[in-house]
Write a protein that binds this ligand. Structure first.
Ligand code: FES
Length: 120
């Protein structure tokens, strides 16, 4: 049986201003002082706010912020792969899914469930 990873809830204010069909990068500080921040992409598609890791699962590019491709897909500028921000699924190519995170939007604040940093 696979153990569930512990999560932490990160609150990101000001998301009500993110319009339909746009994505914005957010840096979330790591829990450990010596760890790099996590780069998230928040995207609004179909009226729903979604959260993804900006790391492209293809060859490590970074998914782009700004207008979504066709108004609904995040794209990686390296090889132009596209991903559905709601599921992380690649569009019209064989590729692993982009990592997505559970999110609730309440009163203009996104509450994103992120995995806790690994303990050494
Ligand atoms: S690294 Fe992102 S599409 Fe290739």
């Amino acid at each position: 049986m696979k153990a569930r990873r512990a999560t932490r809830t990160v609150r990101i204010p000001g998301v009500a201003r993110l319009p339909e069909g746009e994505a914005r990068k957010i840096l979330v500080p790591a829990e450990r002082a010596d760890a790099p921040p996590l780069e998230l992409l928040l995207a609004r598609v179909g009226g729903k706010l979604c959260a993804l890791d900006s790391l492209c699962p293809h060859e490590g590019g970074r998914l782009a912020e700004g207008p979504l491709w066709d108004g609904r897909y995040v794209a990686c500028p390296l090889h132009l792969y596209r991903f559905d921000p709601r599921t992380g699924a690649a569009v019209e190519v064989e590729c692993e899914r982009a990592t997505t995170y559970a999110l609730r939007e309440r009163d203009g604040v996104a509450e994103v469930e992120l995995p806790r940093d690994e303990q050494e």
